[in-house]
Design a protein around this ligand. Structure first.
Ligand code: PLP
Length: 392
């Protein structure tokens, strides 16, 4: 297929599909754990890797392959390997590319489980991580050791939507023989393509926007074939593989990714502008607003501000909780990426295990709320938030 000449929105709908002998229009779902061989010789060739066909769904499965090819096309990558969740994508990547004694530099404020994996679990296996300010390239350079193997970056960050310069960090990484990994969960390839900006690998929690409707867990590692092959070798042995059913749901999710990201970003911008003008709101964090500290960089690096808006109410925890508790429409949940808008109080949920001092350093105040904007009417979202805001 001539995927290379198609635009992103076409790739999202069409890339990677291979029809069976039945010529089905929608992608088939191959719920099978193993595959049958035509002869002993073919079985031997499949097992030795001489013949590329399917063997066992821990290794490959045709439905998973469609999802992988489609996501690779969207990220402009040679290859993709799908995983059971976003965390298993990050785990597989680290296990495949790092060995004991090596070192990682990661942005401070990465997703909580990523922080725990890199900072809490991997040191037990001799892989240490230094966490640095994502917006200070000099801090990344200063943290490099002779044994540094990876830079791990999340941009925009959660929940404050801090934007880091992918190209600048790629230059520093490459000057030292280090690989740059970008978690592209918040933007997806519709809004940001890290590989084109110099990153070596992209990781995804497909659970979020790639699914887009809060149904299944999934993840992926995307990039150059040689690197993705290393991750695949770990995955096929260790087993955190994506189930064919989840892959089928996710490749359907990709078909609507372009319109969802565009619509949810446009609604987020409208909500952010309204919040910024609200008398009970102290500050809004949204990369699409000129008031955002990295607005210009965000507009260069991303196609839009994305669908996550954070804001501080005037006051602290009590006032923030008043807004949360008067919502009837927004879902009180820490998940994001859904077409249903979600509302989170980070200081007492996603960032609740940090000490007050760590939260202060990370800029997570007691009055901070995070909205992951979905597809409802912006007027309805505003009315829902206005009810609590009027009481503080
Ligand atoms: C949710 C999330 C992850 C982890 O993904 P799971 O699919 O929940 O394992 C990693 N990074 C970011 C930025 C996330 O939001």
């Amino acid at each position: 297929m001539s995927d290379d000449i198609w635009q992103t929105e076409t790739l999202a709908v069409r890339a990677g599909q291979e029809r069976s002998q039945f010529n089905e229009h929608a992608e088939a779902l191959y719920l099978t754990s193993s595959f049958v061989f035509e002869s002993a010789a073919q079985a031997a060739a499949r097992f030795s890797g001489e013949d590329e066909g399917n063997v066992y769904s821990r290794f490959t499965n045709p439905t998973v392959t469609v999802f992988q090819q489609r996501l690779a096309a969207l990220e402009g990558a040679e290859a993709c390997v799908a995983t059971a969740s976003g965390m298993s994508a990050i785990l597989s990547l680290v296990m495949a590319l790092c060995r004991a004694g090596e070192h990682i530099v990661a942005s401070s404020g990465v997703f909580g489980a990523t922080q725990q994996l890199l900072g809490g679990i991997m040191p037990r296996f001799g892989i240490d991580t230094s966490f640095v300010d994502p917006c200070t390239p000099a801090a990344w350079e200063a943290a490099i050791r002779p044994e540094t193997r990876l830079f791990f970056l999340e941009t925009p960050s959660n929940p404050l939507t801090t934007v880091a310069d992918i190209s600048a960090l790629a230059s520093i990484a490459h000057a030292h023989g280090i690989l740059l990994v970008v978690d592209n969960c918040f933007c997806t390839p519709v809004l940001q393509r890290p590989l084109a900006l110099g990153a070596d690998l992209v990781v995804h929690s497909a659970t979020k926007y790639l699914d887009g409707q809060g149904r299944v867990l999934g993840g992926a590692v995307v990039g150059a074939k040689a690197l993705v092959d290393e991750v695949f070798k770990f995955l096929r042995t260790a087993g955190p593989s994506l189930s064919p059913f989840n892959a089928w749901v996710l490749q359907k999710g990709l078909e609507t990714l372009t319109v969802r990201m565009q619509a949810q970003s446009a609604k987020a911008l409208e909500l952010a502008r309204w919040l910024e003008a609200h008398p009970r709101v102290a500050r809004v964090f949204y990369p699409g607003l000129p008031s955002h500290p990295q607005h210009e960089l965000a507009m260069r690096q991303q196609a839009s501000g994305g669908a996550i808006v954070a804001f501080e109410v005037k006051g602290g925890r009590e006032e923030a909780w008043t807004v949360v508790d008067h919502c009837r429409l927004l879902s009180i949940t820490a998940n994001l990426g859904d077409v249903k808008t979600t509302l989170t109080h980070p200081a007492t949920t996603t960032h609740g295990r940090l000490s007050a001092e760590q939260r202060a350093v990370a800029g997570i105040s007691e009055g901070l709320l995070r909205v992951a904007v979905g597809l409802e009417s912006v007027a309805d979202l505003q009315n829902d938030l206005a009810r609590g805001l009027a009481l503080i």
